[in-house]
Design a protein around this ligand. Structure first.
Ligand code: HAM
Length: 403
């Protein structure tokens, strides 16, 4: 028997209901914030991710589904959504148009990670990207949007915040950090030794316990932010306080992708095990320029849909639409016609076998129909149809034309 690949799941039945409920809820909220849907390809040039997510990141270094296509192009299944949206933004010359452009998207992402609970190789994200707004109010709106989505779904969270500085304050901090890493270099893991030269701030979220305890004494960027980064960070905290959004400052929050600057954030859940990050994002003011567009400030986030599915509180399901059946084989063609017409306005399920009334009622209940409509011998002769409202428990017999 052929099975799906490791870390790649089917989504059906109950999960699919949750999945569509999530997409509908999140999309509506994104639209309320003025975002428009965008769809970008699943496959892109590998260079796009190398240049944006960064060569030193685990995603590009170890986790890409990368191959040469039949035309000899080096391509890759997207490991995340931001790079493709930025590519589209530049390709459509929106960077030259100026103004504000806000997008949301959802779909499959691919990372060749070690699968475990909450960590898949094909997973789905809901994400938003905003271009052209420098103001920290936009960063705050991003965080509020995630919070609104999670609240609408009945999901509790903890919000972690950090500032990764900008071109003014980051270089000096990086130098300091490298000096610190050199002072403990004998004791740190091999990965951190490598990170020291590729992207030193990544050492701060090393999962190795020994490294973590050594880095407790590392210099903190939050203490050496430049004036602009400092004032944006303070303003953000003030806005969140004023809007009753609680947060923790996590100076080790560096994110696993290289394009961030200034504000970075993650939402975590304490109810789903070790893979607890349910959303992450931040500002990436340098990326558009880095991918050859006009310098454009940008900020965004993405939520991991699979991790949210088990946390969503579903609203009580309402009975919906019609179930229609025949008690006599002779009436099946007629029932088929009525079902076809009814589908112009309502969800309608038809049973292709003649059955007695009790079995039809059971079947209508199983598909959660609001109405069970049945044609028996009497109804064939009278040109009528029997309809029961399964919610109000009332029943009537009406003309087939009226139905
Ligand atoms: P990310 O933190 O890499 O950010 O991913 C966002 C979310 O996707 C995570 O918080 C997690 O819920 C989910 N996720 C990541 N990897 C997996 C996996 N292997 N299995 C299941 N879920 C996973 C980004 O991707 C950025 N593009 C977010 C962003 C948008 N930043 C700015 N704009």
């Amino acid at each position: 028997m052929i099975k799906s690949l490791r870390g790649m799941n089917d989504i059906l039945s109950e999960d699919y209901k949750r999945y569509t409920y999530f997409i509908q809820t999140a999309s509506k909220i994104a639209q309320k914030y003025g975002f428009h849907f965008i769809e970008t390809p699943l496959l892109e040039e590998t260079a796009l991710f190398k240049r944006s997510v960064g060569e030193s990141s685990d995603i590009v270094g170890k986790e890409m589904y990368q191959f040469t296509d039949k035309g000899g192009n080096d391509v890759c299944l997207r490991p995340e959504g931001t790079a493709g949206v930025v590519r589209a933004f530049i390709q459509q010359k929106l960077d030259r148009a100026g103004g504000t452009h806000r997008f949301f998207y959802h779909g499959a992402m691919f990372r060749y990670e070690r699968p475990q609970k909450g960590r898949l190789r094909q997973f789905h994200q809901f994400g938003v990207e905003s271009f052209g707004v420098e103001s920290v109010y936009e960063d705050a709106s991003m965080i509020m949007m995630v919070s609104d989505i999670l609240k609408a779904l009945g999901i509790g969270y903890r919000l972690q915040l950090n500032s990764l500085g900008d071109n003014n304050c980051m270089p000096a901090y990086r130098e300091n950090l490298v000096k610190f890493i050199e002072s403990v270099e004998e004791e740190i893991c091999e990965d951190c030794k490598r990170r020291k030269s590729t992207n030193p701030i990544r050492v701060l979220d090393c999962k190795n316990e020994k490294c973590q305890s050594l880095y407790e004494n590392a210099p903190k960027l939050i203490n050496s932010l430049c004036e602009n980064c400092e004032s944006d960070f303070s303003q953000l905290k003030k806005i969140l306080d004023e809007n009753d959004i609680t947060y923790e400052i996590d100076t080790n929050l560096v994110r696993g992708l290289d394009y961030y600057s200034k504000i970075a954030f993650e939402f975590v859940s304490d109810n789903i095990g070790t893979q607890s990050a349910i959303a992450g994002g931040g500002r990436y003011d340098r990326l558009v320029e880095f991918l050859d567009g006009r310098p454009t400030p940008a900020v965004g986030f993405a939520m991991g849909i699979e991790r949210l599915l088990e946390l969503i509180e579903m609203p009580q399901e309402q009975r919906e639409g019609y179930y229609i059946g025949a008690m006599d084989e002779e009436a099946l063609d007629l029932v088929m016609q009525l079902a076809h017409k009814k589908r112009a306005t309502d969800k309608t399920t038809m049973d292709y076998k003649a059955k007695n009334l009790k079995n039809h009622l059971k079947a209508a209940d199983k598909v959660n129909a609001r109405y069970c409509a049945v044609i028996g011998e009497n109804e064939i002769n009278d040109g009528t149809i029997w309809v029961k409202d399964l919610h109000n428990k009332t029943e009537i017999t009406i003309d087939q034309g009226e139905f």
